[in-house]
Ligand binder design. Sequence first.
Ligand code: 4AD
Ligand code: MG
Length: 480
Amino acid sequence: MQQKEILALLQSEPSPHPVSVSGWVRAFRSNRFIALNDGSTIRNIQCVVDFESFKQELLDKVSVGAAIRVEGEVVESQGQGQDVEIQVSKLEILGEANPEEVKLTILSPKRHTLEKLREQAHLRIRTNTFGAVMRLRSKLAFAVHEYFQQNGFFYMHTPIITGSDAEGAGEMFRVTALDPVNPPTDDNGKVDYKEDFFGKETNLTVSGQLEAETYAMGLGKVYTFGPTFRAENSNTSRHLAEFWMIEPEMAFYDLDDNMDLAEDFIKYIVKYALKHCEDDLVFLENRLLQEEKSKPEAERSAMNLREKLHFVVDNNFIRVSYTEAIDILKNSKPNKKKKFKYVIEEWGADLQSEHERFLVEKHFKCPVILFDYPATIKAFYMRLNEDGKTVRAMDVLFPGIGEIVGGSQREERYEVLKSKMATMDIPEEELYWYLDLRKFGTCVHSGFGLGFERMVQFVTGMGNIRDVIPYPRTPGNAEF
Ligand code: 4AD
Ligand code: MG
């Protein structure tokens, strides 16, 4: 007998050949209609049982959450909402589920909050919301690879354990095999990392960029897509301690080429979701509409989820220099009325998420690319402009999210990089290999990093980043 997935069945025609389907019960109405889901799609298949032909004992075990297998013919559906259904001839209980426990943990008629489901991250994938989000996450990951592979990029794997701090921000998780109670010490009584597993201090990577640069200098265009780790104590709806980042790096690209690529890439993956994930997007859109009903009218968004996605695909991102942005912010109402938590006083100020969101959501009402930031608030590797005070940095800012991409043209001049590293206290011994790139056929090159979870957040409309990754790691939380 043919074992079928529900996604394929729902697209098939009625047929007298019986099929076999396995899944989890989502509902069982009138001792007759089972709504069955197997994860292949958000849609359930209706399985109709003629209860007189089955023992009531067996039917009693068909409860929400139970795993079952049915056999039967695919017939035209009499009811509304589906074209076909299964007329069940055989029913097998694979795994029972206690209805009371199911109600308390995952599937209750009165929906559980996302916060509550987060505590049950091992079970929440059984809900429609998480099914939709995680299917989209998977499709978006595929779209990322498709985009780069079609555009002449090579996928490279950068190390997860490294000896360097790519961002120079000191937000790293240490990796060590030393005995924490009794570590070996040197003559000064300090922990002696020469005795450690790698013979030096190591940490989990914060970014694969520096290694990606080395490969761009040989392969031309490369990208990474892997986990990155930040030990920053940011308890927000946009930060994770472990997140996945996509980092393309391109030889012979300047900042304008870099911005063009970022815009084109983002549009491609959003378009991909619109094209390939319609059922899940429709579900998430309705979920958002429900959620918005509890908000005051003024706070509700003008566009629904798919309209927002189309808007991004159909409009050019607005490119604005940091200097222009500061002028806009300084003269803005919330700044003058001191409504911002961090009031913008002068050029040079670091932009907070409240400022980024003001620019995108209130002022431009469009995705924005800010470029040419002050050197002092950006990483050491960014190319210094002729003015001597700004660098060729760019951030892509998105509605509801803030910064979704951070990138730059890299400093390719040996002497300039060396002196920048010195002023910013970046140890040269650690990054001699990075400096080497500037000695062997150096060239203009650029790249950026896209936070994958922030992208998934945007596409799914989920408000909290903890709900777009299976097992979120945040300060105080590494459960599962
Ligand atoms: O701006 P960031 O720190 O840039 C870099 O790491 C560069 N090395 C990238 C490059 O040029 N190759 O991080 C890039 C993006 C941010 O724009 C944001 O989307 C995401 O990574 N990101 C985070 N996402 C979730 N949680 C965090 N704690 C994040 N920190 C950064
Ligand atoms: Mg950044």
